[in-house]
Design a protein around this ligand. Structure first.
Ligand code: FAD
Length: 401
């Protein structure tokens, strides 16, 4: 496949660069220069106590909203960009190079496409505009203490009571629940049915409703990123079920099918390597540590791997472009990308040596923060073992364990 832009794609790329040039707030440019604004930067800035952070989040959202690029993958009739897979790829690629934060959170990435596929017309009218306008940010309530990789074991119960359901149970690792306005969840509506068949997909429109408790989980880097969410007799209207009752497993799996090329992972790997090389070039001590040592070979390995990662992304996008649905190919891209991000971070720590133990401002300390920040990469969105199982069974045709 020829990866040079067609004249139309080149024009589209110029438009994206133009938007970044003129619309990306200074706050995010500075963050990108330091290594990136961090995940969910837009969501967290939107609810920050710092007015400058809120202003940057609003300005960046407005710039994308004006172009209809808040949800590039949604059809135009629902307010999305209606972009082709290749245009989405170019947009995501350019935004990732610029270190620009994604806007709209799980509502844009996951819930919107799910409502468009499975929601009623009323649900689409009711929820999609708020997601696009950045007014309602949704959290994803899937995982539970006893249900992660084996998600269908989830136990949160929803019991029908007249026109309502009453929810009881607990979710865990809920990213950004503390800054979200609402939460969608998989809940058990029929405990007697086989485990995949008794699950429903529900919308809890107010995450601050009586009976919902969001408790912080602070990660090993000292970050408050995810949470536990408890439901104690939380009442939601029966019409807040998306799709059919007890068929929620299939609804819930739809939203795991989006954003599969992981081009931002591929771009971030290249950026991480480049940042590391710049840090070495700027610091004679580090340059001396690396010169002629095994570390130099490690850096060369990381370079080769970042290029391989890029090829994985191109493979997935070329499939999407031909109308095929990537499956084990996307798992291979996710597996390789997440493990590469950890190897890159580890090489960074080895390059920085003892300096990396200083968790204070400076290039070496940012390497240490980066190292800690990459630990969850091989767990979130399906662990490496789960991805390997998919590649082995669906990709290589090996028997299921
Ligand atoms: C940063 C981060 C953000 C997250 N955000 C969200 C969120 O917003 N919403 C949400 O619902 N969830 C979220 N999660 C949860 C995430 O989806 C789960 O952590 C993940 O699915 C793994 O589940 P678990 O943690 O229960 O681990 P487990 O499933 O208990 O796995 C434990 C270990 O066993 C291995 N294992 C499990 N099953 C198999 C198998 N069949 N074969 C081989 N090995 C196996 C796993 O690979 C792992 O090493 C987030 C997680 C992280 C780290």
């Amino acid at each position: 496949m020829d990866w040079h832009d067609t004249p139309e794609q080149a024009q589209f790329r110029r438009e994206v660069r133009d938007l970044i040039e003129n619309g990306l707030p200074q706050r995010y440019r500075e963050a990108a220069a330091r290594g990136g604004p961090g995940e969910r930067a837009w969501e967290f800035d939107r609810r920050s106590s710092d007015p400058a952070a809120r202003e940057a989040a609003n300005a960046w959202h407005a710039a994308l909203y004006e172009r209809r690029w808040v949800a590039p993958h949604w059809p135009a009739e629902y307010g999305g960009g209606g972009l082709s897979p290749m245009e989405q790829f170019i947009l995501n690629q350019e935004l990732a190079w610029a270190g620009a934060p994604a806007v709209g959170g799980s509502g844009v990435a996951m819930l919107g496409p799910t409502l468009i596929t499975h929601g009623s017309e009323e649900q689409k009218q009711q929820y999609l505009p708020g997601i696009l306008a950045g007014e309602v940010v949704w959290a994803q309530g899937y995982s539970e203490p006893g249900a992660g990789s084996d998600l269908a074991s989830l136990q949160t119960r929803a019991v029908r009571d007249g026109d309502d359901y009453i929810l009881n149970g607990q979710k865990i690792w809920t990213s950004g629940a503390h800054t979200a306005d609402a939460i969608f969840a998989l809940v058990r509506t029929d405990p007697e049915a086989p485990k995949h068949r008794g699950i429903s997909f529900v919308l809890i429109e107010d995450i601050n409703a009586p009976g919902v408790t969001v408790r912080p989980l602070v990660d090993m880097g000292g970050r408050h990123y995810f949470n536990e969410v408890f439901f104690d007799d939380v009442r939601i209207p029966a019409q807040n079920v998306v799709g059919e009752e007890n068929r929620g497993w299939y609804v819930g799996m739809t939203l795991l099918d989006f954003e599969r090329s992981n081009i931002s992972g591929a771009v971030n790997a290249r950026r991480s390597l480049q940042r590391l090389l710049n840090t070495i070039a700027d610091d004679p001590d580090l340059a001396a540590r690396v010169r002629g040592k095994p570390l130099q070979c490690d850096l060369a390995e990381r370079y080769v791997e970042t290029e391989v990662m890029y090829q994985f992304s191109l493979r997935v996008i070329s499939m999407q472009n031909r109308g095929q649905i990537p499956n084990h190919e996307a798992s291979a891209a996710k597996l390789f990308s997440s493990e590469l991000s950890q190897r890159l971070a580890q090489t960074g720590m080895q390059v920085a040596g003892l300096k990396a133990n200083l968790l204070e401002d400076g290039p070496a300390s940012s390497l240490a923060h980066h190292y800690i920040g990459m630990v969850p990469a091989t767990v979130r969105g399906g662990t490496s073992e789960v991805q390997r199982n998919v590649i082995a069974t669906r990709g290589l045709g090996l028997p299921r364990g």
